[in-house]
Design a protein around this ligand. Structure first.
Ligand code: UDP
Length: 474
């Protein structure tokens, strides 16, 4: 694989980087050269230490995303970041190929390094950026699509055009969100309207769905044109969705959860500074006594929602560790919220951080349950560690992921669309105390660990994927 040089290009936001970085590590482990493409903005944020690759065969390059520094760069609604990447980023991406295709380009971040990269042989681009796949192919480089969301949400987006034909979309005005959904294969017995990705809902009072549904459905269909689709999921989690996606792709590889499989050859690329102090705080807590609260890298909640969450969690009496990003609670002052949380919890019973080393936190013996927005990375990380989940989904694939947690895998509870202190208290208590949920979470972790172990379905698929890339690179 020495001659293979793969460009790995995620949508430049935390969740997509976190999913695709372990994939880059797996390629390195197989002997490939890897160029990991960030945005200029993110490369500045991860800082010099993280941008110097741990292997001479890995380097980080960047292109502008075209947005001013103070933009929120939210991908939830595929808004300005998507547009700007398409209009500005794509021009610089195309221009980058001239140097990537020439033999012997150096690893510029390692000034002392004589190592030279072979010409680019393959691109693995985020499937939400169809243009990145098309430009690569146009310039003669075979391209694969990588989607960082769940197979069930991908399958729902692929089914969207059919739902319009059936007349199931848009949902009837004022219609019941608890109505079952026909037309998403394999999910008819448990999927309700409210479980579809958030963009399937009506936009305000209009007669149409959220426009991002059309954009993502189109991008999903476009993955069928790429050489293959790579999904960060495992057969034991999403066998049925994978079986429905496969015939519509040129090839399909389900290789996850990648973070549980890949050796740590790539440095962490956290866009916020991780507060390691919370691990020492967890060391001082009893086994399975702590509620870990994190709503991912984008979610913004109102002060009222913050207050409902806080009151509900504090009422359980369990100590809690809460990730409260500085930009998370609309129009808030950090210090005030911080103090409110500490006061509600009582002495020493709470720890508030701006960003946690989440995978280490979930692995810690003191964590008893995870109150999460059910982003796909967070879901996989909780599943791998066998930690019971309480889901409060906000957007994108989180609504369908949380339905799988509550109704299919049963490793947690789904609080969807309700944010009341009484419900928070009841669900957190149940997730902390239910033997049934804990047993289901642990059994699921065992299944997934088998998938990623040597000979397991994801490990075997990863080997097949490495062989596929090797052939494309020959
Ligand atoms: N994360 C983290 N520290 C935090 C909160 C989140 O490292 O304090 C990581 C988390 O482990 C996951 C990612 O950020 O890998 C969030 O991705 P996810 O798909 O769960 O949600 P998104 O942020 O895309 O909504």
């Amino acid at each position: 694989m020495e001659a293979a040089h793969v460009l790995v290009f995620p949508v430049p936001v935390q969740g997509h980087i976190n999913a695709m970085l372990p994939f880059a590590a797996a390629l390195l482990d197989a002997g490939a050269h890897v160029t990991f493409l960030h945005s200029d903005h993110n490369l500045r944020r991860v800082g010099r230490a993280a941008s110097v690759a741990s292997s001479p065969r890995l380097r980080f390059l960047s292109i502008p995303d075209g947005l001013p520094d103070d933009s929120r760069r939210s991908v939830g609604d595929l808004g300005e970041l998507d547009r700007s990447l398409r209009e500005v980023g794509s021009v610089r991406y195309r221009a980058l190929f001239a140097s990537l295709l020439s033999a012997g380009s150096p690893n510029r971040a390692r000034a002392d390094d004589e190592h030279r990269f072979p010409p680019l042989t393959c691109v693995v681009a985020d499937g939400l950026m169809p243009w990145a796949i098309d430009i690569a192919e146009e310039l003669g480089v075979p391209a694969l699509a990588f989607r960082t969301s769940s197979a069930c949400s991908f399958s729902a987006f692929m089914s969207a055009p059919g739902l319009f034909v059936l007349g199931d979309l848009p949902f009837p005005a004022g219609g019941d969100l608890d109505e079952p959904v026909r037309g998403v294969p394999g999910m008819e017995s448990f999927l309700r309207r409210r479980d579809l990705p958030s963009s399937f809902r009506r936009r305000g009072d209009t007669d149409d769905v959220d426009p991002s549904l059309h954009v993502i459905a189109k991008a999903s269909a476009h993955c069928g044109k790429a050489r293959a689709l790579v999904l960060n999921t495992a057969a034991s989690l999403e066998r049925s969705a994978l079986a429905h996606i496969a015939p519509r792709m040129r090839d399909l590889f389900s290789v996850g959860p990648l973070h549980a499989m890949s050796p740590a050859l790539a440095p962490s690329c956290s866009l916020w500074r991780e507060d390691d102090g919370c691990l020492a705080w967890l060391d001082g807590q009893a086994d399975r006594s702590v509620v870990y609260v994190s709503l991912g890298s984008f979610t913004v909640i109102s002060r009222e929602q913050f207050q409902e969450f806080l009151s509900g969690i504090a009422a359980t009496g369990y100590p809690f560790l809460w990730v409260l990003r500085p930009d998370m609670v609309g129009a808030s002052q950090d210090g005030v919220l911080h103090e409110a949380a500490m006061a509600a919890a009582g002495d020493g019973k709470a720890r508030i951080v701006a960003w946690a080393p989440q995978r280490d936190v979930l692995r810690h013996r003191a964590v008893g349950c995870f109150l999460t927005h059910a982003g796909w990375n967070s879901t996989l990380e909780a599943v791998v560690e066998g930690v019971p989940m309480v889901c409060w989904p906000f957007f994108a694939d989180q609504h369908i992921n949380s339905r799988f947690v509550g109704a299919v895998w049963r490793n947690g509870l789904d609080m969807k669309d309700v944010c009341e202190r009484g419900v928070v208290e009841r669900t957190v208590r149940e997730a902390m105390e239910s033997d049934e949920i804990r047993r289901a979470a642990q059994a699921l972790a065992q299944l997934v660990k088998r998938d990623v172990a040597a000979g397991g379905s994801s490990a075997t698929e990863l080997e097949r994927l490495v062989g596929f890339i090797r052939e494309l690179s020959a």
